[in-house]
Design a protein around this ligand. Sequence first.
Ligand SMILES: Cc1ncc(COP(=O)(O)O)c(C=O)c1O
Length: 440
Amino acid sequence: MSSTPAIDLGAYWMPFTANRHFKEKPRMLARASGMYYETPEGRKILDGVAGLWCVNAGHGRREITEAVSRQLAEMDYAPPFQMGHPAAFELANALVKIAPEGLGHVFFTNSGSESVDTALKIALAYHRVKGDAARTRLLGRERGYHGVGFGGISVGGMVANRKAWPSAMIPGVDHLRHTHDLARNAFSRGIPAHGAEFADDLERLVALHDASTIAAVIVEPIAGSTGVVLPPVGYLKRLREICDRHGILLIFDEVITGFGRTGSPFGAQEFGVTPDIITCAKGLTNGAVPMGAVLVSNKIHDAFMQGPPGAIELFHGYTYSAHPIACVAGLATLDIYQREGLLTRAKQMAPAFEKAVHALRGLPHVIDIRNYGLVAGIELEPIAGSPGKRAFDVYLKCFERGLLIRTTGDIIALSPALIIEQSHIDELFGVLSQVLREAA
Ligand SMILES: Cc1ncc(COP(=O)(O)O)c(C=O)c1O
């Protein structure tokens, strides 16, 4: 295997990265196939996180490569404003087919962050076109992650992502309390038993602000980036009921839970709760081309389709909305998911995955383990005065031993590709348990 020629690492300002630390001892990836990355030196790395929760069908899928190259040769770009191309409509139709009933329309974006900001804008504009323009408040949840746009960080609840921009938050936002309850739910298998009543926090905010000022609530069915926080039994249903009672739109941010992660195409179906809007991205193109989408209920979409027929209904969109390359990548991806049964495969693999992750119980500093579908969180006791260090050290050691995991604070998050087999589960937890055993 060839090694990489020395590269000047100075110019690239890396996102969500400890740049100086990384550049002292870089961790480079050069190739990927199936469940594995490979470093420039040819070292194999088992991918325990599907890239970044996105490569759900595994790496290097030939069908996606071929679809993208064909499309590039045929038509590289088409303007999405006042023009169309077939793949955009085909992908929207294909998405609607796997979406929960009633979510019949799709707005394309280029990322999860853009999907979130688009969804928030649609929610606000919806109330306005309905003549309910006082509904301007948006509610998020503590520990929520909704990307990095100003809308997303405003409704988001991860402190580090917000504190540098206190004056830039959009006005009128408030937050529900989070549902993480170690005291009652530690080491739960699957959905935790306690905490449906956390949904009643929405009634508190309704009482405080009055429902007539609230446009929408946005939550992740399973909060991923904050460290795998699961919805307690009955919680999402109760949120839906309260939203319905007060005319508030419910948005599920399914950037992580979309495309089979939970064992259903979307978390909405898995948990039996249909929101008014779903945001998604990542697994939509198997991570191969940046793309996001916002699935919108017929009720919302149709409310916009009024007024003079020549008028633009929504003054929103991106130069790269429904980019032809992304659309064909999305179509090829959905085709693989369908053909290989990947949108429900997490259900099949979940028992083995659950057994393996819960076998880590009792290892040094492990204070909680939680899992659902092909997602797991392993929470470590923080080192006093150095939050995040313990888990990050585990991350570094795992990479040295050939395993890619993800950490947020002192929580390890696992989200392997949906093609995972028992042998990968054994390898993943073999390395992780060894590293945890050695953890200081
Ligand atoms: C729930 C959720 N929303 C939004 C985003 C932002 O997506 P992107 O990084 O594609 O902008 C993420 C990314 O992890 C996410 O997990």
